[in-house]
Structures are given as structure tokens and as C-alpha cells.
Design a protein around this ligand. Structure first.
Ligand code: HEM
Length: 352
């Protein structure tokens, strides 16, 4: 009679050791990723935790730029960008756009007039199945030169120590350019009058494989009108959302996308440093915002405008921010989508 095949005892032991090694290595990899071996290391959890000041409840909302409103429209490429990038989004044509106007606060209840920085998240889809996602803001430079110093800035601004910000600024003089903008740039009464800037640098790859370091901006067609912040405060806590809803109802709003090409040696890894004003610029197309929808049930609610979601023909550069942003946005996305019950949808039958 045939005996059932039994592996020799030594090979069973060997298999167990192998399993233990694989499980142990996976656990160690998770622990490393979570930063357990190196408490000094900057992790997405630390960055996202530092964004929420004490007393603010962001449940269900983005952990930064928590207040916003969705839009849909069209990006019309004029074809000029194809000289810089092989991405289909630059080939002459019209492509669907989905986005979100927002204010840079971690508090979804913050009055609009109190928030200095305004932002725009955008996703453009092309027939080749690719997407270009981006999230831009209105200052001309970022306040911090690295993700680590941005984290330190968040910690300083949330600190009870009254000198924390002064100490931070002393150690990080590069914040001065942002501070000068924040202190002197006019405030406007409309998202439609804002210029939105990528600030981070990316690489465009053209059809010959040549690479071009770039930043880009959306320039408003509407003429900016300066309004003192005290006057804005009288317009109500959500005046920006109300204004853009009425404005787009009255007619589509447009922005020109302008790509700025770096000269050799321009700083691409530091968004506190603007490039000289004489750099080559290329107008590549027009964003037209055609419809506004409230965020609670709107199409931007569950989108993560991760700046590393890029089509072929655009890639990240040596700028360390997009990778750090990607991991922090994913963490924020995971948290807010798990808390959907704290931010109920308003349409009956909408998914929870
Ligand atoms: C290390 C630096 C940064 C961190 C940790 C950070 C963190 C975050 C987080 C957690 C969100 C919410 C994401 C979500 O839940 O979908 C967010 C949104 C946003 N961030 Fe950043 N951010 C950083 C740098 C920047 C920079 C450099 C810009 C602009 C140039 C920017 C512009 C925006 C905008 C516009 C949004 C709103 C996007 C939307 O509507 O969904 N951020 N950020």
C-alpha cells in the first residue's frame, strides 16, 4: 500500500523558519514605514496630525484646505504645450476638468475672510485614459523650503510658546518672501479673480525625450479688485462660495494656463524661491469653469488632488514636496473617507 507523502521533519522546520522570517520582515517593514524605528523621521501621520490645531474638529473633511466647493468645466489646450510635453492634455483639444476651489485652513468652519491663502484643486482627463491632478495656491512662493521645515512651521504655529513663531522665522529666514506677500498682497472678493500657482517644479518630457523643468500658473481672465479684509468679513463667513456660485451661474469663468520654463541652474527643489521674472513662458490653454456644486454631494468630495498623479510626459523633479504631499494627502483621504458619517451627504439615497 502506498504511504501518504510526508515531508521530512527538517523540511517542516525549515518552512516554519521561512514563514517566520517572511512575517517578521513584513512586520519590520510596516514598523519602519510607520516610523517606529526612528521617532525623529517625518511620517505622513506626523505631518497630518500637525495640521490640526487644538480645538478644531475636522472629522469628515480634508485635513488642510478643509473648506471648499466643487466645479466642473473644460480645459481647452491650444497645442503650444506639445513642444514641451508629450502628454495628450497639451494636444489641441478640449478635455473634461473637475476641480475644487478652497481656502487653506484645517477648520471647515473658518470664516473665509480670515484665511490668507486660497487654493484650487484640478483634475484634467484625456481620452488616452490618463489624468493630470494638481493643487495650486495663490501666493507666489511657499512659506517653507522642505517638507521637514513645513512640519516645523506647523508645530511652531500650533505651539503655546509665544516666541515659537519668532524662533522659527529666525532659524528659517526663507519664510520672509511668503511673509512679504501675505502682508502686502491685495485681497480679492472672488476665487475668479485669483491667480493659482503650482509652486512645485515638475519635469515635462517632450516627444524627443528632452526634459524641461517647469512650474505653471492659472491666470484669471477676471480683473482682480482689491477689497480690504474688514469689508470681506462683513460679507459673511462663506462669501467666497456664494460669490463663485452666483458668478458662474451668470456665465463661465476662465483662467489661462501659463507654463514657465526654468533656465539651467534655477532652483527646482525649493518652492520658497521664485524664478526670475524673465523666464520663458508658454500659454498652453484655458480652463473654463462651467458649473459649481456644493462639496457635500459634489464630484470633488472624494477626489484626492494628489500632485503626483501625472500623465506620461510629466514627471516629478528633485523637488521633495510632491512625494511628501502625496503621502500626506493619502493619509488625510483615508481619515476623511472613514469619517463620512461626520460629514453627511444631503441628497436622499446618496452613498454614506
Ligand atoms: C509638505 C507640504 C504639504 C502638506 C503636508 C500638505 C498637506 C495637505 C493635506 C493633508 C491636504 C488635504 C488632502 C485631502 O484630504 O485630499 C492638502 C490639500 C491641499 N493642498 Fe497641501 N500640503 C502641502 C503642500 C502644499 C503645496 C506646496 C501646495 C501648493 C502649491 C498645496 C496646496 C494644496 C491645495 C490647493 C489643497 C486642496 C486640494 C483639494 O481641493 O482637495 N499644498 N494639503
Amino acid at each position: 500500500m502506498l504511504q501518504p507523502h510526508r515531508p521530512p521533519a527538517r523540511s517542516v522546520f525549515g518552512s516554519l523558519v521561512l514563514i517566520a522570517v517572511v512575517v517578521g520582515a513584513s512586520a519590520a517593514a510596516f514598523a519602519y514605514t510607520a516610523g517606529w524605528f526612528s521617532p525623529q523621521r517625518l511620517t505622513p501621520d506626523k505631518l497630518v496630525d500637525a495640521l490640526t490645531p487644538p480645538g478644531v474638529d475636522p472629522a469628515g473633511h480634508r485635513r488642510n484646505h478643509a473648506k471648499g466647493i466643487c466645479f466642473t468645466g473644460i480645459f481647452e489646450a491650444n497645442g503650444a504645450g506639445s513642444a514641451l510635453s508629450q502628454a495628450q492634455v497639451f494636444a489641441r483639444g478640449q478635455y473634461p476638468a473637475l476641480g475644487r476651489f478652497n481656502v487653506a485652513t484645517p477648520d471647515p468652519k473658518e470664516p473665509d475672510a480670515k484665511v490668507r491663502v486660497r487654493g484650487l484643486g484640478l483634475q484634467i482627463s484625456t481620452p488616452d485614459g490618463q489624468e493630470w491632478r494638481m493643487a495650486m495656491i495663490d501666493p507666489p512662493v511657499f512659506p517653507a523650503s522642505t517638507p521637514q521645515s513645513f512640519y516645523e512651521l506647523l508645530v511652531a504655529s500650533g505651539s503655546k510658546d509665544p516666541d515659537a513663531m519668532k524662533t522659527y522665522a529666525g532659524a528659517h529666514p526663507e519664510i520672509a518672501a511668503f511673509g512679504a506677500w501675505a502682508g502686502s498682497a491685495p485681497w480679492t472678493g472672488s476665487y475668479a479673480e485669483e491667480r493659482f500657482n503650482s509652486l512645485n517644479s515638475f519635469i515635462f518630457v517632450d516627444t524627443s525625450g528632452a526634459e524641461h523643468a517647469v512650474r505653471w500658473s492659472l491666470l484669471p481672465a477676471a480683473q482682480p479688485v482689491s477689497v480690504p479684509p474688514d469689508d470681506l468679513a462683513k460679507r459673511g463667513p462663506d462669501f467666497l462660495e456664494q460669490e463663485i456660485t452666483e458668478r458662474v451661474h451668470g456665465g463661465p469663468q476662465r483662467w489661462t494656463m501659463v507654463v514657465t520654463v526654468a533656465n539651467p541652474g534655477d532652483p527646482t527643489a525649493d518652492p520658497t524661491k521664485a524664478w526670475p521674472a524673465d523666464r520663458r513662458t508658454v500659454e498652453v490653454g484655458t480652463l473654463t469653469v462651467q458649473q459649481i456644486e456644493a462639496e457635500a454631494d459634489g464630484p470633488c468630495r472624494d477626489i484626492n488632488f494628489d500632485p503626483t498623479v501625472l500623465p506620461t510626459g510629466i514627471r516629478t523633479s528633485d523637488d521633495p514636496f510632491p512625494a511628501a504631499r502625496s503621502s500626506a494627502y493619502a493619509k488625510s483621504y483615508d481619515r476623511r473617507t472613514a469619517e463620512a458619517a461626520d460629514y453627511p451627504r444631503t441628497t436622499p439615497g446618496a452613498k454614506p
